[in-house]
Structure formats: structure tokens, C-alpha cells
Ligand binder design. Sequence first.
Ligand code: 5AD
Ligand code: SF4
Length: 455
Amino acid sequence: MEQEIQTVRERLAASDEQPLAMVQSFGCQLNMTDGEKLKWLLLSMGYGLTEEPEQADLILLNTCAVREHAEDRVFGHLGQLKPYKQKKPGLIIGLCGCMTAEEPVREKLKASYPYVNLVVGTGALERLPAMLLEILGGKKHSVDATVQSAPSEELSQVRSCSFKASVPIMYGCNNFCTYCIVPYVRGRERSRDPKIIERQVRELVSQGCKEIFLLGQNVNSYGKDLPDGIRFPELLRRLDAIEGEYWIRFMSSHPKDATPELIDVICNSRHVEKHLHLPVQSGSDSILHAMNRCYTVKKYLETVRYARSRVPDFALTTDIIVGFPNETDEEFSATLGLLEQVGFDNVYSFIYSPRSGTKAAQIADHTPAQVKTVRMQQLLAQQRETSTRLYRRFLGRTMQVLFEGVSRKGEPWLTGKSTEGVIVEAKGDPSRIGTFADVHIEETKNWAVLGTILD
Ligand code: 5AD
Ligand code: SF4
């Protein structure tokens, strides 16, 4: 990779002005991290970065494939780029991320978007310099749709935020939930070396980073493929031992692997947020079975009860899929019942989207789209009430908050997150962004709590 980076650098240095590159990332945090790696590669090769497509000499769309809507958006963006290419024929356009792993997507690109020059697979990031050299040398297309390899540890990241950092701890997924395209586009599980992760976190903390976000499709599987027997709870323990003023968050946890040991480590830690994002997907055992989730509602509730027996206010958030093929009214009601029973602080809900190549996509689905939309609205309305009710427990309390930016309400309102992952807003000077403060909570909304900063 080094050699190719150098060669691209030399080629670009010959142009009168520094060429500019734009990276637009879609989807989850892991993909955002890949976007930061792509930016690092581009800077190493001598590109400047821009967010304006008119200025760019190279545009990379770093895509998400988890739902069809995300893919439609990318094709829409590609369509919008055509006039830029016509105005500037030397413009290089590339597709990266999860969509590149789908054969039908690559076929569609060939047939309808011939002006896309590069297709860089999720396991081929470090091949970008070599592929770019081919295009700069006059080739029209360069495609490497590799999925399985783990990104080289030589790839660094251009971090978009100085006080929050995402650290991937593993790549891929072995679970094959029947609706999910991730195992096909990100390959099997590969854990990163714990020593490298620890070194990276230590460095970030010493640089003043306040929130470390550990990422993996299923962090609870961390280490199963490593020779030294380390597992996720142990990794958390080692990272928690690093001295400094910072928080650790992680995502996502599969409920089948969320053990009491994991919860104990969270509860006993100094730095790990007392919050678990535990995607349940459905409150019906028959749907969970059809999804191949490998747990029952009973088992899920046991985990919730254990967490709350350790910390009564343990914050829980979840993901729900509404309208899995042929989900009945009773099965959907069971989901509403579970949400009511658990009382999640926040729910991320999605209407089921069939993904080609997955098992669920082969099921003939007889539920009308309209029924799914109504169910979604019902769920959202119920959850708004639940969140508002649950947030009231924070009234009169003092919460530690990491301020992340100016609120959408504008100055002097700042927005941040508490250790429970709750959005907290308070009036304050923007110099507080990126720092911790204690906030006395005085008001609740259905999306946040509001308070006054205590000095
Ligand atoms: N349709 C709808 N939602 C999906 N998710 C994953 N695959 C699909 C799909 N095919 C949701 C799940 C997962 C979240 C990241 O995206 O709820 O937890
Ligand atoms: Fe997809 Fe299931 Fe893996 Fe999550 S655990 S990435 S939902 S296959």
C-alpha cells in the first residue's frame, strides 16, 4: 500500500492545484469509521478534502445496504453526480461500503451508471491507492469487491470529532439473522488484537478524548476467533483500567450473548456507561424464531431483570423490526406488550425491508404495506409516551453530561448526553462543548431532559 500511496502522491503533485476529494458516508457507525479511514488514505495520497461536489476531483460514496431505502438514496446521489461528471470529465467517482458486495448492485452500476469508475469492497479499503492508479493511468473502471479481509492496522483515521472517537473492535457477523444482509456484505467475524485496541484507546484518552465508542456488529462475540481466549467482558475490564476522565460506550450487543458477567463488568466499571443497547427486534417468540435470533422473550426479560437488579436505573435502548413477513396482529401486539413491560428509554424502529440473498427475502409476504405503516405509527406513539414517562424519573436529579454541541434550538442552548445515553439540554457557553458538567434536571420532553449546569 505504501508504495502505491507514494506513486499517487507523485502523480498528483504534478498538477497545478491540489486535487480535492469528497467522501460521503451513509449508515452505521462502523461505516462512518470506514469513511474516516478512506479520508486518511486520501490525505496520505495528497488530496485535500472538500464537502462540495462541484469542487471535488474524486467523489467516494461510502454506502449502507441494511435497508432498501438506504440503497435508493445512494442511487439517487449517483444520478445527481452525472452532470458534475459531464462538466468535469476528469472527475473520478467511486462506490465503497456495503452495497459493493451485492452482485445485483454491481450489475446495475455497469448497466446504468457507467460513469462510476471505482468499486471498492468493504474488505478492500487499502487497495484504493492501487485502484486509483489504474484510473489515473487511463483505465475507465477498477473493481475489487473483496468482503472478508480485515482492514489493515496500518490504516489510520481522520477523526471528525476531537472529543468522541469510534474504535472498531471486530468486523463481520456470524449470526445470519434471516432478515439481515450484514453477514453477506461484511463477512465472518474477525476480532482485532486486544493489545492494539488497548494501545489505541490509551492514546485517544491521552489526547483528551472523552467518549470512546467500541464498535462491532455483535461485540459480545469479541475474541471467539482469537487464540488467547480473551472475551468482551475482559476487554472492557482492561480498557476500564486506563486512567483518565472518559466514558466507554459500545454497540451492538446480541441478547443471546449478553451475560450476567457482561452486566457485572459494566456495573463495576468506572468508565463504562450504565446503558445497554440490546436490539430485541420483536416481542413474539414465533417471530424471533423465524428471525433466527436464538433467544426467547423470557430469556431477554431475564437479562433486563438482572441489569435492573444491579442498577435500578440501568438505561436500555433497543431496535425493533415492524412487519417481518407475515407478522400477525397478535405477534405485533406482543411487541407492543414487551416495549411496555421493559420500558425502554429509546427505541429505534424500522419497517422490514427485504434484502436480496437473505432467507427472509424468500418468504412470500402477505401483510399489506399499509398495515405495516399503521403498526409503525402505533409503536412510535406508544414509545413517545413511555419515553416521556421514564424521563420523569430524572426530575430533580443531577446528571453527569458530556456536551456535544449547540442544540437545534440555537445558542445559548447546548446539547449533550448523560451516562445513561439520555439527551440533556442546558444553557451554557459553547466553550463547554467536549467537556463534562453536572446538570440539575428541571424539565422533561419526550426526546430529552432539560436542566441547569451546576458549577
Ligand atoms: N429490514 C429492516 N430493518 C433491518 N435491520 C436490519 N436488517 C433489516 C431489514 N432487512 C435493523 C435491525 C438492526 C438495525 C441495525 O437495523 O433492527 O438491529
Ligand atoms: Fe445482522 Fe443479526 Fe448480525 Fe446484527 S446480529 S448484524 S442483525 S445478522
